[in-house]
Design a protein around this ligand. Sequence first.
Ligand SMILES: Cc1cc2nc3c(=O)[nH]c(=O)nc-3n(C[C@H](O)[C@H](O)[C@H](O)COP(=O)(O)OP(=O)(O)OC[C@H]3O[C@@H](n4cnc5c(N)ncnc54)[C@H](O)[C@@H]3O)c2cc1C
Length: 472
Amino acid sequence: MGLQPADEAFITALAGQLPEQTLRPAEPRYLEEPRGHLHGKAGCVALPRNTHEVSIIMAAANAARVAVVPFGGGTGLVGGQIYSDGPTPLVLSLERMNRVLAVDRRENIIIAQAGAILESLHNAAEGQNRLFPLAIASSGTAQIGGNLATNAGGVNVLRYGNARDLCLGLEVVLPDGRIWNGLSRLRKDNTGYDLRNLMIGSEGTLGVITAASLKLFPRPSSYATGLFAVPTPDAAIRLLGLVREHAGEAVSAFELLHRNGYAFLRDTMPDIRQPFDDIPEWSVLLDLGLSAGINGQDLLEQVFAEGFEAGMVSNGLLAASLSQRDMLWSLRETIPLANRAIGAIASHDISLPIGSIPAFIEATSAALAELADVRVNCFGHLGDGNLHFNVFPAEGRQKSDYLPDRAKISSCVHELVSRMEGSISAEHGIGRLKTGELGKYGNPVKLALMQAIKAQFDPNGIMNPGAILALP
Ligand SMILES: Cc1cc2nc3c(=O)[nH]c(=O)nc-3n(C[C@H](O)[C@H](O)[C@H](O)COP(=O)(O)OP(=O)(O)OC[C@H]3O[C@@H](n4cnc5c(N)ncnc54)[C@H](O)[C@@H]3O)c2cc1C
């Protein structure tokens, strides 16, 4: 039997097994994604309050062969949370399961329900003088379950790793309604296949994450933040080596910025104060989180002096206060909004071996220039080899002018990524928008194993169909 719609008969029968108001008509916010590429369909959204209710919902959907689309904060950028083809699904929102359950200072662990907003984990950790370091600009809306389902990255991966590296254990409801309690607090546990890591990054295609236990860290006692102009991406990479020699693991973030990012901010948000009089072609925003007794300002001044001497930096400024630090970071975090206001022809969230980045930027920019008259804003988490390589219309032209070239532009970028042994999705995932690219550039053996794993966990194919693995 193929997938069936979540029709009135199904909803009525399911409603009978759940408290009132658990099933509601789906509001438009469950059917939109941030960049407006996809519009979803769903008659109903299920809003369970606990794991037992999630289990009831999954068991019923599995028996009736109704598709279920897990929905977190809805901030995913590849459409994994938006189901647009096939029989009407049931959207499953975790928003009522939003509690931080425990913060343990001694074990350095935080346990939360999957619907907890990322920012609430930050606040709960801070309340116990600890740090939960997952830092993404959508932290006020994204949920920890969504962060784990997408294996979110962000600016602090360099030091603390991505969502996967921060997770100790999960509780998951499987497609047939069984509950896997893997909410471990253990840091070492070699008892066979790692189901936690299979679930992380599976974008709602293998099960519903209902709770997670995660690592906490000491809060840095001070920060030092610098914005340095660098002549080239290669100089930026050498500067990263230099700052690490001086500051070691204290280097928490190292972000590459391109002139077009500042220009887009200037054009779309003129009230934002620009840090440089003359915008440099390339710059890096770097952040150190320091233990007590270390003077970060002196340290960065030393790095700047040595970097200047070696031709790695040409200009720069150091944040003299926390509010200046916030200002520099807000500038960085606002660039995606400026990008959106300008309107990208195509956006690429890619990663490369760090040493290949300068050659990649040069080769891809040259290849694109041959193809069309475009502007590139290449920026992002250079320290992790993760770039956002976004392509925009030339000044005075519209995104729609480039419609016929869009596929060619993306292929040009992804071909070079693939040739240089990079990844076509560094941190946003595959969702529904990149399934074609995954099919094209993914390793065939890995893809076959992924299909087999999906069939094992979800033989009826009800879990977020069409995400990651395209429907046949
Ligand atoms: C302004 C902005 C900045 C961003 N910056 C970054 C960044 O720096 N780094 C980064 O990695 N991402 C970034 N993102 C992307 C996005 O915020 C992340 O992918 C985030 O982890 C998604 O979480 P969510 O709760 O919004 O998930 P959703 O968008 O609701 O869902 C994403 C996927 O996870 C699945 N899912 C959600 N909850 C669950 C669950 N409980 N169980 C199983 N599956 C589930 C969904 O089905 C879907 O496939 C950004 C997005 C925006 C809008």
